[in-house]
Design a protein around this ligand. Sequence first.
Ligand code: CA
Length: 702
Amino acid sequence: MRRLITVLTIIALNLIVGGCSEQESKEDIPGWIDRDRLQNVASEPGSWLTGGRDFGETHFSPLTKINDKNANQLGFAWQYFTDTHRGLEATPIFVDGVLYFTGNWGIVFAVDGKTGEEIWTFDPEVPGKWARNACCDIVSRGVAVWQGRVYAASLDGRLFALDAANGEVIWQVDTFPDRTTPYAITGAPRIAGDKVVIGNGGAEYGVRGYVTAYDLESGTQAWRFYTVPGDPRKPFEHPELEMASKTWDPDSRWDIGGGGTAWDSMVYDPELNLLYVGTGNGSPWVQTERSPGGGDNLFLSSILAINPDSGRLVWHYQTTPGDNWDYTATQPIILTELNIDGKRRKILMQAPKNGFFYVLDRVTGELLSAEKYAAVTWASHVDMATGKPQILPQAIYDEEPKFILPSPAGAHNWQPMAYNPNTGLVYVPAMNDPALFEKRENFTFIKGINNQGAHFTEGTITSEIGEFDAADAGGFIVAWDPVKAAPVWKRKLGDFIFHGGILTTAGNLVIQARDDGLLVVYAADTGQVLHQIQTGSSIVAAPLAYIIDGQQYIAVLAGYGGGPFGYFPVGSAVEKYGNEGRLIAFKLGGGDVPLPEELPPLDPIPEPPALTASQEMLDMGEALFVKACGECHWNINGGYPDLRRMSVEVHHAFKDIVLHGQREVQGMAGFSDILSEEQVEAIHSHLIRLSHDAYREQQQEK
Ligand code: CA
């Protein structure tokens, strides 16, 4: 008996010791981040453990080695080439010496943070045709790293758990209901409790938004939360949809899907065990087409607080009821605590497209403030009692076109904002972009291409915009005081609207790169420019800060793209140097960034083939071009082929390329499932007409 007890004791001791040694070895496992480590992130200021560094995704680094006194010595450390030429939007995660991030299509990279050497890459091998479902470039906004695994989603909707040591696939799941509905994923997965959660995009293409949670260990689906109801004549997938459906016309265009896609922001709060999800715009944009009887159309343009264990909704707040303007609430959410009216509150902050900066109590969803951080003409204010905006007549464009601010690009898009607890300010990469909204007559839905139901022209300013000063148009940084609900400083960034996301640090710095290739360092308290570095790349991503061996680095993904990816803005770095994707790291005492070779001048426009099509054919071609092609092919000097410059060979192969996907490998998908031969011919005719106009202009200039 005693002997047995001794044996049992030894076994028990072994189990305990085994447990300990397993505990110790976990620290040696690459990419080992767990809840304890993340909640104690303050004890490792040199790490960057989520897309926004910490649980609250503040995009704040406590590092001070690079600061407002020495920022002028910041220079080049190393660069890593991603071998791509499209938009790069991720903020890398940095843990135990390694940077993990995604590039185009959802390709995953693990790179040595000290040298920039590649450790591994993982290519999900997305078929080129999926590019068609991405409204705004084949981008990806990053990974989640958790307990030795890297979680990442590919553009075509697969979610992967990869071994952080070598990039090998541990499991993968298809997060789409089928392979024909035009969803795409560009967002990063988030870890919420013992689940990994992912959303998707595609509102304009005819989809119904949802987020799905999977078991971290096995990849088994735990729950799916639809962000908009389906046809109320069919059973509701979960109880919240019955309530939501009462805010829609029963005869809504259920066939279009409704939109509401959660394509970017999700943040998990471990203390409250709540997952916050930002949802997207209505589909189509015009509410009278979507839900003719009106209504709030829940849960469009909303912030949802979901219990990740059950998948049940705890509270919701809608920023733009009955959205008409593509005013998504998918913009980055930051969690922190603030003293408001003498009371410590756990709060959530968001600067969605609609131009109001929201502070909510994240325990209850109570609205604490909503003030304009940019020019806004669609609503006068947000009523603090009801939480609803007062929509102005100027914003209703059903009867006649109207100039409205913000534009569908938003007063802020996906680019991360950053919260600095030392200054108490939130730095928002904002924009003032007036747009003429015009309802499309005889709206016809075509699944799989752009179905806005409206048309908008950017940047045209008339007296109709009321008090808006044309000089304020363009991109800017606003430093926002979330306690006073007011701006503290602003910095204009030029006429172009799209610039990079923002990093702020305890060194009293705000760092942002932009379209002209400059990485600009500001004093966080005053907005004074401290230093500028020419990178030779137009940049839209946000930088991060980290430390290895006592050396602090700033790094940023450089690759122009996202929303306006179809053209190169005048005066931008991409116009001069092209668009070679890179991760660039900076350190104190580094030299100049090696600039890419300048692009050669464009070849002259070749003489186009004869224009023989009827006026009717040309009109049809123009309308179809806008719907199906125009998001990529802006036909100005750009990263995408200017189709007014097609060679004789391309004109001959036009049908094979556009209909049959002859150039699918290069990312030009075939449209045979959407367009008929006659429609493609009409598009071709429209392009021949445009080519003639451009050719004539060129010859006259000669
Ligand atoms: Ca949209």
